[in-house]
Ligand binder design. Sequence first.
Ligand code: HEC
Length: 81
Amino acid sequence: MGRRIFEGACASCHQWNGNGQQTSYAALAGSQTVNDPTGTNLIQILLTGADLASGKVRAYMPPFGKAYSAEELAAVSNYVI
Ligand code: HEC
């Protein structure tokens, strides 16, 4: 289930290898967030999304808290970790 959700909702921006499409800020590979087995930051960003504006960089990630159930968010989190 986690892989299926990642394919449909995450890979377009984060790519299968986790490099991140928009900016290096969107890189999952090597990120503290996805290397924390408790998933605290990961769940937080999935629930609320992110809107980063720093210098010339503008990077947006939509929130997923309303689109997915707790079980689905847990599945995609486990997949990413
Ligand atoms: C529209 C593009 C987009 C989609 C779709 C998207 N993200 Fe993101 N994501 C981003 C961007 C851009 C950032 C960087 C935001 C920041 O640094 O403030 C980010 C940041 C993250 C981070 C934090 C990375 C770090 O360095 O701590 C995680 C984890 C993450 N996304 C997971 C996901 C997952 C899982 C999905 C699918 C459910 C998803 N994202 C869907 C664009 C996207």
